[in-house]
Ligand binder design. Structure first.
Ligand code: ZN
Length: 349
């Protein structure tokens, strides 16, 4: 890879120039994105009705409601309905959808994690904090985040737990488990054993590369480990909270393979891209500017990793061309800071 350094730097400058052009607005750039058709993303779509939502029925009272971009799990029990997440984009349509599924009232609301794009409609269900008809449940870290947020759209939960919590709701059971900090401080695995459904939000993006910067995870090693924690469960249906339809175990193993490739390619790049000629050139042109030197070097490493990863995954998982470089950058950062893969900045002789 050292021999291709000059082409790497030249390619990086072209890439950055392209990125700068893209910053003028996606509206004029959208023809340049690779098509989603033909990728694995097309396997999981479900149609939306005239009201703007779609429903999957998994049997035994379990449903997924989606607006095409976000997902909610609805579990109908003899003692009331359990709702997991209320994305604001689904909003009032979620109440409408549940009302069309059953006349049994909602009695429990579960936060998958704290983020407002999945929980910003929670207040539509958790209406009376003092005398709630609906009990809200979350991991204790999520509760702490919601206390700090003071967001009327995301009420502080009534019930919290540290490691696991089993919700017995009439004839239904929902197992909640905290696998550790990853995407968020309190993102949990939500498991319906009778229906063999596993939900973990912002973890697996079936048929797609993850959302920007490895799902914008607060702790990348925990997010990576969660792939194995999920696969330790016995499940058939996987819900990731995004992208329309339900997925399965294969979606988890495919994304795990992508992340492992990304990890290996970025580690290779860190160990092989030579910082000396890059640093010399940057410092010559920008005397004493250590950050400039480091920024150009790290982007060169990320680009080598991105290109190696794209060789296998471009056109297979959707949006590698859109978020792939952000994943390479984030993985390079995590490898350096979390995994002690420091390349030329490791322990000196
Ligand atoms: Zn999130």
């Amino acid at each position: 890879m050292k021999s291709s350094l000059s082409s790497t730097v030249a390619g990086l400058l072209i890439f950055l120039a392209g990125a700068a052009t893209a910053c003028t607005g996606f509206a004029g750039q959208h023809d340049h994105f690779l098509p989603v058709n033909g990728t694995l993303a097309m396997e999981n779509q479900i149609p939306l009705n005239d009201a703007g939502y779609g429903v999957s029925h998994f049997g035994h009272g379990a449903y997924m409601v989606t607006d095409g971009a976000y997902q909610t799990l609805v579990l109908v029990s003899t003692a009331g309905v359990v709702v997991v997440d209320a994305p604001p984009t689904t909003g009032h349509k979620l109440q409408w959808a549940i009302g069309n599924l059953t006349s049994i009232p909602v009695r429990w609301f579960v936060y998958s994690h704290s983020h407002s794009d999945h929980a910003g409609g929670a207040y539509l269900f958790a209406d009376n904090q003092a005398h709630p008809k609906v009990k809200t449940i979350a991991h204790e870290n999520t509760a702490a985040q919601l206390v700090a947020a003071r967001d009327p759209h995301r009420p502080v939960p009534h019930i919290t737990f540290k490691d696991r919590y089993t919700l017995k709701a009439g004839n239904q059971t929902l197992d909640l488990f905290f696998p550790g900090i990853g995407h968020d401080l309190g993102n949990i695995i939500i498991y319906a054993p009778k229906q063999r459904i596993l939900m973990m939000v912002d973890q697996i993006y079936a048929g797609w590369v993850p959302f920007w910067n490895l799902a914008a995870s607060v702790y990348v090693p925990g997010w990576i480990d969660a792939h194995d924690r999920i696969l330790a469960y016995d499940f058939d249906v996987y819900l990731g909270g995004h992208m329309g339809g339900p997925a399965n175990r294969t979606a988890v193993t495919v994304q795990r393979e992508y992340v492992r490739d990304l990890y290996a390619n970025c580690a290779d790049a860190l160990n092989n891209v030579d910082i000396v000629p890059i640093g010399t050139e940057v410092l010559t042109n920008n005397p004493y500017n250590i950050w400039a030197q480091f920024a150009v070097y790290l982007d060169a490493v990320a680009e080598v990793c991105y290109n190696a990863t794209s060789a296998k995954w471009l056109g297979k998982l959707a949006a590698q061309d859109i978020f792939g470089f952000s994943h390479a950058r984030t993985m390079v950062s995590s490898l350096r800071l979390d995994y002690d893969v420091l390349g030329p900045n490791g322990v000196q002789p």
